[in-house]
Design a protein around this ligand. Structure first.
Ligand SMILES: *[C@@H]1O[C@H](CO)[C@@H](O)[C@H](O)[C@H]1NC(C)=O
Ligand SMILES: *[C@@H]1O[C@H](CO)[C@@H](O)[C@H](O)[C@H]1NC(C)=O
Length: 219
């Protein structure tokens, strides 16, 4: 009788240990997930690309299928990079040079859940914020504030480094500002297909010279 109850006690202990072990395994498998992007937001981004600095006004507008990077290079050109979800992009200036190039890409703008499937790397302090860090297919390292869940920083495989300075959820740029200038549609102007300037990598593409980030993450 007593040996039976001892066996029972050991069996119960073993079961408890197994249960504890499997729940801690489950906890390890449930690593944090990146917060999907809000459907509409405005961000000011500080960009450092091998020491070349720029400021970008990013207007992300998923419901209207459009994404705008207004890029001010330090003491340089103000460049408009307007991207539509049908793959058409316009890169232009609004100064007297009237430059415009357009591109037709096979990918649309980023989907709000484009970070799905990113691999969790742990926590790191970046720009003074404690962040969760993920990596997506050797393309991007993404840092999100542990507390507020806002993006703080991301780095592309090219070394282009982005610091998020503002993050206004729900901010929308008025429709009139999304109109590419008339000279973008002038057939006499040479319209260059910029596809060769893009490094397309498993559904992502990043302009080599302009822009920040685009591509539908069809992974
Ligand atoms: C920009 O990045 C370079 C490294 O590529 C670094 O040496 C430099 O300090 C950075 N500049 C700023 C303003 O962060
Ligand atoms: C994509 O949409 C934009 C904005 O409506 C338009 O200017 C462009 O011509 C469209 N591109 C294609 C390939 O339909």
């Amino acid at each position: 009788m007593s040996s039976f109850s001892t066996t029972t006690t050991y069996t119960l202990l073993l079961l408890l240990l197994l249960a504890a072990a499997s729940s801690s395994l489950t906890a390890a498998a449930e690593s944090p997930k990146p917060t999907p992007w809000p459907l509409q937001f405005h961000s000011i981004l500080l960009v450092n690309f091998s020491g070349s600095l720029s400021l970008i006004d990013l207007w992300y507008d998923w419901p209207k299928g459009r994404n705008f990077n207004i890029i001010q290079s330090q003491l340089g050109e103000l460049l408009y990079d307007l991207e539509w979800n049908n793959g058409t992009s316009f890169f232009y200036t609004l100064d007297s040079n009237k430059k415009c190039r357009s591109a037709q890409l096979e990918v649309g703008i980023l989907r709000p859940n484009w970070l799905d499937g990113a691999v969790y790397l742990g926590q790191e302090n970046v720009d003074g914020f404690l962040c969760n860090v993920w990596q997506k297919v050797d393309f991007i390292w993404y840092y999100e504030d542990v507390v507020t869940k806002r993006p703080v920083h991301w780095v592309f495989y090219t070394g282009r480094s982005i610091h998020v300075m503002t993050f206004e959820v729900g901010a929308v740029l008025e429709d009139a500002k999304w109109q590419a200038p008339i000279y973008c549609f002038d057939k006499k102007d040479t319209q260059t297909d910029l596809r060769h300037n893009y490094k397309v990598d498993v559904g992502y593409s990043e302009p080599q010279t302009e822009g920040v980030l685009r591509g539908s993450m069809q992974l």
